[in-house]
Design a protein around this ligand. Sequence first.
Ligand code: SF4
Ligand code: SF4
Length: 122
Amino acid sequence: MGEVVAKVSIEKVLEGIGVERIVKADPLKLESAVEAVRQVLDERGVRAVIFKSPCIALAKPKTCYQVNEKTCVSCRKCIRELGCPAIVACDGRISIEPSLCYGCGVCGEICKFGAIQEVDHE
Ligand code: SF4
Ligand code: SF4
């Protein structure tokens, strides 16, 4: 019970049903993930983008991210564009709840003010 006995390749399933154009990307590498979608956006026919990254329930990060209050301008871009449950707004201030952050780093890429920084887990 609960053992992984076989893995099904999503890529092979897609090939099996006739999808000819398959692009793979890591969703946590924001720029390359956006580029992968752009690649197939204007093409014709059935296309698929497979996003693959370590499962957050299994991958235990050594670091998490925090908001630097001195450089955060409370623009809320990180909240609007991500919807990560670890990022919270309270009384106009933005912070990251460490127990909910699994260290993917996407919020750090989103913030153009450099206000989100990687820190060691305590
Ligand atoms: S995107 Fe950066 S500057 Fe804007 S609210 Fe989030 S942490 Fe603050
Ligand atoms: S590093 Fe990832 S999990 Fe942590 S707050 Fe940022 S977006 Fe959320």
